[in-house]
Design a protein around this ligand. Sequence first.
Ligand code: SF4
Length: 281
Amino acid sequence: MQIKKVKTQGFCFGVAITVKKAEEAVENRSDVTTLGHVVHNPQMVASLAAKGLKNAKSIDEVDSGALFVRAHGLPVDIFQAAASKGLEVIDATCPMVTKIHRQAEKLRAEGYKIVVVGDPVHPEVAGTMSHVPGAWCIETVEDVEKLPRASRVGVVVQSTYSEARFTDIVRALVAKYYEVRSVNTICTDTHNRQAEVAALAEQVDIMIVVGGKTSANTKHLAELSEQRGARSYHIERPDELDKSWFTGQETVGIASGASTPGFLVDEVTARLEGWFVQHAA
Ligand code: SF4
């Protein structure tokens, strides 16, 4: 069995910064709370909780201490609520997400009706929508047909969205509207992972994609790999690997999502190497 890994593995820089800031915050104080999980990875969430990071579902549950803002960012009204409650805000919003907010605001100021492409219930998209009140959020090409009339639309996209799907949506918008100004705000890390997985999927029989089950970018990688011809398995932990998946197969690829710690990829690799003779790196 030959094992091939895509080049980009482990945390993206935004998640790495967030985790580092969260670790520093809980080292220095015991009253740091985040809304929702800091990263889409249960192992990291558990590790930060063990170090003292508290978790709340809503800002209503946080009355004192510091509010930790994860890489996805938070809607504007949550920042306002935190300020009115006198909470200290530790803002670890990824710079690439902040850039999406600025791009959307700029397009709006230039008179475009804003379309945000992404998962409407994803926290990052909720944050972006809050910066451009009245924007439309769409997730599929079919959604384009349902949009109201407008003459000029300005488009931004969730940082971890599928590039292929975004291209199709922009094409549909161009067919519908007189003027479309589209800014591809998919971040560089997501772009690289998708390009690398698409290329590797054509060379391997099976792809193992490591990452949280709720991680949008990890799910997209597994879908993309499957579309490119590799039987793909999305796992969170090495003990989910099943030896029978590899029967009669010659090559396996390993990829991981942006919020997957490097040590999990190493453990998955080690388990596969322990099972099968590796002929080449
Ligand atoms: S996936 Fe991209 S936008 Fe999201 S945290 Fe990582 S670098 Fe930032």
